[in-house]
Design a binder for this molecule. Structure first.
Ligand SMILES: [Zn+2]
Ligand SMILES: [Zn+2]
Length: 134
């Protein structure tokens, strides 16, 4: 997609707002940690940190390994995922105002998916981390 496309999003209460350029690569993650924090599974896309413009207080907590999940400090909506040291920051797709131009690439960690749902969208599925990372 065009690198200049801007996406925006916010938490439920509106305290945290963000804009981002160049968002790409929507991945679904079915790992145990993502299932616990979202109540189902996680959909996230990413871009370089410097291409985000974020306002509002974020509360970071440990997620899996060294990664962290960022929530609105007021309403606790899950909004961001990061691996400290990575040049990219991921945003949870459900917080986007619109997802124009963002296509899902596939499913990660299906080896840990819940047994109460099926994945039937035909996208690639990976037992763990997708080839090439996400
Ligand atoms: Zn909020
Ligand atoms: Zn996950």
């Amino acid at each position: 997609m065009a690198d200049s496309v801007q996406h925006s999003g916010r938490c439920l209460c509106g305290t945290v707002n963000y804009r981002a350029l160049g968002l790409r690569d929507v991945w679904f993650c079915h790992c145990t940690q993502c299932r616990k924090v979202t109540g189902h599974y996680l959909a996230a896309c990413r871009t370089e940190r410097e291409r985000f413009d974020i306002s509002g207080a974020i509360s970071w907590s440990g997620h899996s390994g060294t990664s962290q999940l960022g929530r609105c400090a007021r309403c606790a909506s899950p909004l961001f995922w990061q691996q400290p040291g990575s040049p990219t920051l991921s945003v949870l797709a459900g917080s986007l105002d619109h997802a124009a131009g963002l296509d899902p690439l596939g499913h990660a960690f299906v080896g840990e998916k819940g047994d109460y749902y099926a994945i039937a969208d035909g996208l690639p599925q990976f037992t763990g981390t997708p080839t090439g990372g996400f």
